[in-house]
Ligand binder design. Sequence first.
Ligand SMILES: Cc1cc2nc3c(=O)[nH]c(=O)nc-3n(C[C@H](O)[C@H](O)[C@H](O)COP(=O)(O)OP(=O)(O)OC[C@H]3O[C@@H](n4cnc5c(N)ncnc54)[C@H](O)[C@@H]3O)c2cc1C
Length: 469
Amino acid sequence: MTLSRRAAIGLGVGAAGAAVVGGGLGRQWWLDREPASPPVTDAEGRVLWRNWSGIASSYPAVRAAPDSEAALAELARATPAPIRPVGAGHSFTSLVPTSGTLLSLDGLHGLAGHDAATHQASVWAGTRLGDLGPALVGIGQEMLSLPDINKQSLGGAIGTGTHGTGVGYQAIHGSVKAFRLVTSQGEVLECSPERNAEVFAAARVGLGAFGIITQVTLQNRALTRVHKRVYVEPLERVAAEWAALSKGHDKVEFFAFPFSGLAAVIVTDQTDAPIRPRGPDQDTDTLLSFKRLRDFLGPLPGLRRRITHALMADLPAEESVDDSWKLLSNERPVRFNEMEFHLPREQQMAALREVMDVIERGHNDVFFPIEIRTIAPDDAWLSPFYGRESGSLAVHAYYKDDYRRLFAAVEPVLRRHGGRPHWGKLHTLKARDLAPLYPRWKDAMEVRRTLDPDGRFLNAHLRELFIDG
Ligand SMILES: Cc1cc2nc3c(=O)[nH]c(=O)nc-3n(C[C@H](O)[C@H](O)[C@H](O)COP(=O)(O)OP(=O)(O)OC[C@H]3O[C@@H](n4cnc5c(N)ncnc54)[C@H](O)[C@@H]3O)c2cc1C
């Protein structure tokens, strides 16, 4: 009988836990304390807003969700600043918090039009990626690439340089052919390589600091079916073969598991094979089993490594075949905080080895894997992939764990390897650190000042990124 990943790891962890149950339970209680939450309202009765992971929050004076571009333009001109557009609130950095106006794009969603011949579609910016998949099926199209989850809004995904994986695939904003931008004066600009070209280059990855994108024209493609394969291999082998592996398939990524010497590789290729839907989510149970191993065996890394290795090394590969948009993104119900940097591709594996070393030497509380992906270059001025083949490296910390200590140890490694931070994931870089990383930084800042001279779209975090920091 072949045990599923869930059953095999669950059984093993149960046995390991039972073996050290005395000290382990006390430790588990200590680790599982819920972080303190801010009050639901402030002294003036304003209602709390929080991001997905819970670490970014504010009490906006005004909340609005306009259902037309005209209503949004009127708000942009007149509502109290700072005005912060919000999509799904899935960014970890403090891009959205405001004491002024929180402007939800939820009222502007769905398809606005399409061109069957070119496979382009115009989409309202508040559309969630998970809703866009089925909507595009109706017109025979799919997005070229998708991130690990599909809960984000299109505007939010573009605004932070959200990406999937694949050496031949740009981040989502790479598929943007044109967009409509509402400025702080309430003007509506049509932006493309032909019209307002500098705004198109500067504001595409714009962090909601240049204006509000209402509608986006996406370059999609005809629907494809893919074969997805997930398998476990020794990490050193995957790292040694990464250059060939990533070029040998349509889309590849891997998750490197600390304290195991193993990696889970996810390979996706186009196919005509019959549909074989993916089974129930096993990632969540696996992750929670790693947590229990951490809880019980954290202070015993040698034993933790042997047990994890024994449980995972020989697991059978998991295979599925389905429409691409159904297989590329996942459910991630376990909350975490994340740091991700985009490195020159040739630095990626050296950086991974160093980060793994940092974690295994001094951070036995870590149980989330390190995520490794590839992204093709593009020409958006504030894109972390501007002008270079990139390899990303992401570290995660359970939302109840102390992410600061881990990220403070990892960030210098990623910066030393030439990394640019993901705008939506935690980092400590400020304007003076960012300017040298972006060849068109000054031009982008000039466009921003022209569009929003009074800084109506800037909150404290954006001021540090673009002006004061
Ligand atoms: C579980 C999880 C998994 C993730 N996986 C990935 C991944 O695989 N790849 C990846 O790259 N990232 C990933 N992320 C990060 C996420 O994709 C980005 O933070 C993204 O910006 C979130 O989209 P959102 O709609 O929640 O945007 P929000 O967080 O609401 O906003 C992000 C930024 O965009 C701005 N914005 C929103 N809408 C507009 C608009 N219409 N016009 C102008 N500006 C706007 C906001 O003001 C803000 O500055 C993940 C995050 C989580 C929590």
